[in-house]
Design a protein. Structure first.
Length: 126
């Protein structure tokens, strides 16, 4: 079954990751050596942190105990959904948002490049 979108089929292109990176969910940043790279665009209310999954849904966020919400979504560095159990024990740079009750709801695991290019907000800015 051909799942190619109409636009991609009209252009004769296959659906690849390179095409997906140029969409509205990415933005261009310049590295220290002057190269322009596409990185994911995170919501304006997303915060930066370091997460360690201990025993799902329990996590350490910036060395403090925290909890994933019941409907939490974790997107891996490749942009695909990741199960919290598959990240057990790893120290991960993340961007995250919280639900109204204060639990972690949307989490994006950052690539090394994103972690280098996107600034870490000072602790008093939360």
């Amino acid at each position: 079954m051909n799942r190619c979108t109409l636009l991609l089929c009209a252009l004769g292109l296959a659906a690849t990751g390179a095409i997906a990176q140029t969409g509205p969910t990415s933005r261009n940043l310049t590295t220290t050596d002057g190269a322009v790279v596409a990185v994911r665009a995170f919501p304006a209310n997303a915060l930066r942190g370091t997460m360690i999954v201990q025993a799902p849904p329990e996590v350490l966020l910036d060395s403090k105990a925290d909890r994933l919400s019941p409907g939490a979504r974790i997107r891996g560095a490749n942009g695909m959904l990741a199960m919290s159990a598959s990240l057990l024990g790893q120290t991960l740079p993340v961007m995250y948002t919280r639900e109204p009750n204060g639990m972690l709801h949307d989490v994006w695991v950052m690539t090394e490049l994103e972690a280098q290019l996107l600034p870490v907000k000072p602790s008093y800015s939360k």
